[in-house]
Design a protein around this ligand. Structure first.
Ligand code: APR
Ligand code: PHB
Length: 391
């Protein structure tokens, strides 16, 4: 098999890159380790930044998003029993975000890809990258018992944090940064109408909580918990009791309860691999960086990477110029670190640190007060939340 760009991974990064390349008639093949059903059922965050929504529209993946996505003009931040709203349009020249589940984005992108050429090879096992330092790299894999060699001009490593692409780069060439947080999120999907239209981020002595949604019938909720949390210790009654305590600030807001459809635990980690390029291998999305979920930047960051990578690949195939490819890492990293900073900031602002010193906690309250009351503070949150421009 032969293609121009071999894309490893059919998550948001790989699927978006494939559509962008198709618009410039650049040939690509996506190799995905898992089955289509598995990829479609993975539940992740659900907030799309303004630039991500524009990108999805520009590649023809915006129809259902426009119909079913929920535009949000602000979020509430709750602390010490007080609720303060950050209004996006008035603080960002009219920008908003859209709440739309990541798996819905993935579903729309897979449908679009199939409509055109169907080149997503699901269940590609034992994917191995070869000759990435040469001008003709290749990818070897096994599919349905058959060994396949795919030769290509470039490889896009869009295979997430645990993928094979980053691991193919020689250890001594990797420049890595990591921060692990001493807490996690217990995520809940509930068959209950969202009790208000906008998200609520809450800092509480019992720990952080987040009220979000997926549709007019489904509420998505999160509670700060231990990284090694045992789900058996969170029966439904305890879950609802904690959610009421942490999210209801005395302004009359009351959560709607409903059947809990799913419980999961999300670890919290910040991670950056600054080596986003090695030879003809380019990393994009979670394979190069992880953000803690506070602020929901993961998918949006992947979108920014692949937009920059696409522009560089298009320039190469049109004119032979490697200037943008050579600039890829530096261009992408600028936005990556901006989103890492914001996700770290929101995580630090809103969580209860298990061994927090009284001084640090008092500063945290002062920060919460400042960033939700001063116009400069609110603007900082709003500008980052709706999304900084792509590189
Ligand atoms: N070979 C082929 N495919 C692989 C391999 C492999 N060795 N390893 C992983 N994959 C696939 C995974 O099964 C997954 O479908 O790569 C895909 C990576 O997708 P994501 O993990 O979703 O990563 P990315 O596309 O960068 O998305 C970034 O989505 O996952 C969220 O939190 C993430 O919101 C962020 C955004
Ligand atoms: C979500 O709806 O899953 C969500 C929303 C906002 C976040 C994180 C996750 O900051």
């Amino acid at each position: 098999m032969k293609t121009q760009v071999a894309i490893i991974g059919a998550g948001p990064a790989g699927l978006l890159l494939a559509q962008l390349l198709r618009q410039s008639a650049i040939d690509c093949v996506i190799l995905e380790a898992r089955s289509e059903e598995y990829v479609l059922s993975r539940i992740r965050a659900g907030v799309l930044e303004h630039p991500t929504v524009e990108l999805l529209h520009s590649i023809g993946a915006g129809d259902r998003l426009a119909r079913e996505g929920l535009p949000h003009e602000g979020v509430d931040i709750v602390f010490r029993g007080e609720k303060r709203r950050i209004d996006f349009p008035s603080l960002t020249d009219g920008k908003t975000v859209t709440v739309y589940g990541q798996q819905e984005v993935v579903k729309d992108l897979i449908a679009l890809k199939k409509d055109f050429d169907g080149q997503i090879l699901f269940e590609a096992e034992n994917v191995q990258l070869h000759d990435i330092e040469s001008d003709s790299p290749s990818v070897r894999f096994t599919r349905h018992g058959e060994d396949v060699v795919l030769t290509c001009d470039f490889i896009a490593g869009c295979d997430g944090f645990h993928g094979v692409s980053r691991q193919t780069i020689p250890q001594d060439r990797l420049k890595l940064f990591e921060k692990v947080y001493p807490f996690a999120w217990l995520g809940l999907l509930a068959e209950a109408a969202p009790a208000q239209d906008e998200l609520i981020y809450s800092y509480h002595q019992n720990g952080f909580a987040l009220f979000s949604m997926r549709s007019p019938e489904v509420t998505r909720l999160y509670l700060q918990c231990h990284p090694e949390e045992n789900l058996d210790e969170w029966p439904d009654e305890r879950v609802w009791s904690e959610l009421h305590i942490r999210l209801e600030s005395g302004d009359g807001f009351r959560l709607n309860e409903g059947k809990i459809l799913r419980k999961d635990v999300t670890p919290m980690r910040s991670f950056v691999c600054e080596t986003m390029r090695h030879g003809r291998l380019f990393l994009a999305g979670d394979s190069a960086h992880i953000v803690p979920p506070t602020g929901a930047k993961g998918l949006n960051l992947a979108a920014g990477d692949v937009k920059v990578l696409n522009d560089a690949l298009v320039a190469f195939f049109k004119s032979g110029s490697t200037d943008l490819l050579d600039a890829y890492e530096a261009t992408a990293l600028k936005r990556v670190w901006a989103a890492e900073r914001f996700s770290w900031f929101m995580t630090r602002l809103l969580h209860k640190f298990p061994d927090g010193e009284p001084f640090d906690e008092a500063i945290q309250i002062a920060d919460l007060d400042y960033f939700t009351s001063s116009e400069a503070g609110r603007k900082t949150i709003a500008e980052n939340y709706v999304g900084l421009p792509f590189g």
